[in-house]
Design a protein around this ligand. Structure first.
Ligand SMILES: Nc1ncnc2c1ncn2[C@@H]1O[C@H](COP(=O)(O)OP(=O)(O)OP(=O)(O)O)[C@@H](O)[C@H]1O
Length: 259
């Protein structure tokens, strides 16, 4: 189910502004890849280009290639809605549908995809997705209560359950722990470690320890100055990035000398 992502010569634009330039990278299946770098260098923009969420912004577009297990993501015959189903996304702030029940939140994506399912199959899916997101035990007796009644960490796990319920092949996470306390953060990190057996996970994080704890590979983005496009400066095994990076800019960033 997990898929490999090959990116070549990718430029990403907002109108005339080139936000990201010249990305070449291969992201391995069944692994966690972390993207780090200073604010504004294009990490989130790059992440959103991997499931065609970028182009929902008027005037936004990409040049170059993103290939998922051999299929060109931006090919003319590819339906972006289908892409977003296969490649799920979890955002910085937990965003459950507030008035919907916990149960309905989990199956919201499945229903949007217009897959008709029997009630018993939906029940099974809700249970397995909530178990997959390590939330089942905390909510199994109140599935009909609103998602907004959960704590921040629980809401983020609910969003992860909603993302995995559609059985995506890739899971993109944009600073998924930045609004969470340290205990909820550890719960999400543990969850990533479990989920990577089934999914290809790409996470944007400002937390260097988090990148070091959860990822196998790390990409460091940087930009030369305001108004310049961000570039992927270094992509290497996480252990190498944090102990002996190839680029001086990477070393300066991870040792806190800038950014
Ligand atoms: N919707 C948008 N319209 C126009 N420009 C945008 C839009 N979103 C982001 N940008 C610009 O694209 C560049 C990259 O932004 P992006 O949010 O991808 O950076 P980032 O590395 O994720 O930053 P941060 O770490 O602060 O979240 C920035 O110059 C930003 O101002």
């Amino acid at each position: 189910m997990a898929k490999r992502i090959d990116v070549s010569d990718l430029d990403i634009f907002y109108g005339n502004f080139k936000a990201v330039e010249g990305v070449n990278v291969s992201i391995e299946p069944r692994s966690v890849t972390a993207l780090i770098g200073p604010s504004g260098c294009g990490k989130s923009t790059f992440l959103r280009s991997l499931n065609r969420m970028h182009e929902v912004i008027p005037g936004a577009r990409v040049e170059g290639k993103v290939v998922i297990d051999g299929q060109d993501l931006y090919g003319s015959d590819v339906d972006p809605v289908d892409v977003r189903r296969q490649i799920g996304m979890v955002f910085q702030r937990p965003n459950p549908f507030p008035t919907m029940s916990i149960y309905d939140n989990v199956v919201a994506g499945v229903r949007l995809n217009a897959r008709k399912m029997k009630k018993s199959d939906l029940d099974d899916l809700v249970e397995s997705s909530l178990k997959g997101a390590n939330l089942w035990n905390e909510v199994k007796d109140r599935l009909d209560r609103p998602g907004s009644g959960l704590s921040g960490g629980q809401q983020q796990r609910l969003c992860i359950a909603r993302a995995i319920a559609v059985q995506p092949e890739v899971l993109l996470m944009d600073e998924p722990c930045s609004a969470l306390d340290p205990i909820s953060t550890l719960a999400i990190e543990d969850l990533m470690t479990e989920l990577k057996d089934r999914f290809t996970i790409v996470i944007v994080t400002h937390n260097m320890q988090q990148a070091a704890r959860v990822s196998e590979q790390t990409g460091f983005f940087n930009l030369n100055g305001v108004g310049q496009p961000g570039r992927l400066i270094e992509f290497n095994p996480t252990e190498k990035i944090f102990s002996n990076p190839d680029q001086k800019a990477t070393e300066d960033y991870i040792s806190g000398r800038f950014g």
